[in-house]
Design a protein around this ligand. Structure first.
Ligand code: BTN
Length: 341
């Protein structure tokens, strides 16, 4: 993470987005919805389903069923066709919108993109609804915090969700806390791993970063128009030996996991937490999972370095430190390095 060398100009990325968007959202939406229904029927039955049964159940012709089966096969699904009918043998671990029936209509999906942040920004500016999600299987210009790059190979999860919270911009950092908490809780629930939080918005496992969050806000003095929250999680990808402070779920668990299940659970977790954004419970829960509090840290903020003990966070999500002279300091945003316990 953090060393992506690929690059591309903004205009190039925008053009690619516009073209790809047209093909994903306009031409393919109907096809995708039917693909989802066929997959559901095949999964529910667990064995063979004839073209006739599928066509009656879904109200389309057998030729149309065959065309959708062919499109699913092209997407990587292994579907056996025999005189007994169709049987789903295996599914690729790809995050096609039709794999998320409840969310399908608001997912914009890309096999590869520059950055999901750029696509989400364009969509949000055009008025996309709260909860719109941009997912990519890989990014060529993934962005991290503080102008760093974010390596985004196949196997990770990269997405941006558009939020339109009715809060003062001063409280927007709470969205980072909420999202990091949702990621850590999902990891804990699904895998029993002790995921922890590093201020402001990293998720760690055994002290190594497994997830980074980048929030971009569009606001006026007292009104938030949108906050785009970009989440990058190292899942089935391996981090390189040069990324000593990073890990992936695959590396920790010693096996690959279903990215679909993880992403479904995570989005549900984020959406459940949204109404609680301004409640005191958010800060309480964040503190319980924090690996930063009660630790000596070095924070660089606006060019100034502070070394001290992290003692608390305030209601805006800012970090409160006691510096080496014992004076309290409040840091709104910055780069935080954990030193000693
Ligand atoms: C960080 O820790 O520096 C934040 C990393 C955020 C990466 C995600 S991946 C999805 C979204 N698209 C991007 O280009 N960045 C964010």
């Amino acid at each position: 993470m953090g060393n992506n060398t690929q690059s591309g100009g903004d205009s190039q990325r925008t053009e690619r987005l516009t073209k790809t968007k047209a093909s994903v959202n306009i031409r393919d939406l109907g096809v995708n919805a039917m693909n989802g229904q066929i997959l559901n029927a095949l999964r529910e039955c667990g064995g063979h389903l004839s073209g006739q049964t599928l066509s009656q159940r879904l109200g389309v012709s057998r030729v149309s069923i065959w065309k959708h089966i062919r499109s699913l096969t092209r997407d990587g699904y292994a579907i056996q066709a025999s005189p007994r009918g169709y049987r789903l043998v295996s599914s690729p671990d790809l995050l096609f919108p039709y794999e998320f029936p409840d969310l399908e209509q608001r997912i914009h999906y890309f096999r590869q993109i520059g950055s999901t942040m750029d696509a989400a920004r364009e969509l949000a500016k055009r008025g996309a609804k709260e909860g719109t999600i941009v997912i990519a299987e890989a990014q060529t210009c993934g962005r991290g915090r503080l102008t760093r790059q974010w390596l985004s190979p196949q196997g990770g999860i990269y997405f941006t969700i558009i939020l339109r919270p009715r809060i003062s911009p001063a409280y927007a950092p709470r969205i980072n806390l909420m999202t990091a908490l949702a990621v850590a809780t999902t990891i804990r629930r699904l895998f029993g791993l002790e995921a922890e939080l590093k201020w402001p918005n990293d998720v760690l496992i055994s002290g190594k970063k497994v997830c980074g969050i980048l929030a971009e806000m569009d606001a006026e003095m007292d009104v938030v128009n949108f906050v785009n929250v970009g989440i990058g999680i190292n899942v089935n990808n391996s981090v390189t030996r040069f990324e000593k402070t990073a890990t992936s779920l695959k590396q920790v668990l010693g096996r690959e996991i279903s990215r679909k299940e993880f992403l479904s659970a995570l989005i549900a977790e984020i959406e459940e937490r949204q109404p609680l954004l301004m409640k005191p419970a958010l800060l309480k829960e964040w503190k319980e999972l924090s690996a930063t509090l009660n630790r000596e840290v070095r924070v660089v903020s606006l060019g100034e370095e502070i070394i001290g003990q992290a003692i608390d966070i305030d209601s805006t999500g800012a970090l409160i430190l006691k510096d080496r002279k014992g004076s309290p300091k409040t840091v709104l945003a910055g780069d935080c390095v954990h030193l000693r316990e």
